[in-house]
Design a protein. Sequence first.
Length: 246
Amino acid sequence: MSFFKNLFSSKSNATFDLSQLEVDMHSHLIPGIDDGSPSMDHTIAMLAKFEQLGYRKVVTTPHILNDVHPNTPETILGGLADVRAEIKRLGMKIEIEAAAEYYCDESFLPIIERNEILSFGNNYVLMEFGFLSPSQYEAQALFNLQVAGYTPVIAHYERYPYYFGDFKKVDELRERNIQIQVNLNSLAGHYGPGVKKMAEQLIKNKQVDFLGTDCHRIEHLTILESHLSAPIFKHIEGLTLKNKLL
């Protein structure tokens, strides 16, 4: 763990205080079940960094993606129990819950039908699309989730190039109680200039319901920490976010 201790040794000169968010609702912290944390040591290091940054809770959201990451409520909740046991053993204060990040393809609709959904907060369900083209299942999945009593949350909305600049669609979605989540590292330019521009405009338009780290590894948190003095982060203070209600 000496490598990770070195990451925490210096204080940040950040102007935006992440403790204002209180809860992170998009991350990949359960070891070994998707493309996130590879080990329990790495998970604990990330949780320690979350604590240092001021978060009181994380809702971790492993991928559920057909044959690539074929997770189930059983695999996710079993992994959550292991992480909680280690947190308790180490005496850490941060809370952790688990939901999932559902990929919107043909395998998602039967999951909704069987009511095998892992939600968070007030029946929120995190779902993502492919980055090349819109999902043909988007409209049906959103409708089915709402009929089943869930509130869809579209993950990292700013990362879908086919929605760049279409802020009218964002308004239409939010009017239907479909929530918009933006990745904090999009504001840091981590995913490229087009994504950064879209994320900044969503923030300035106040068209964001949740902010998340989408943390897969500890470097995502150190990148975020190093960009918190960027002017766009001051605009977050003017948003009405749902993070702290979780």
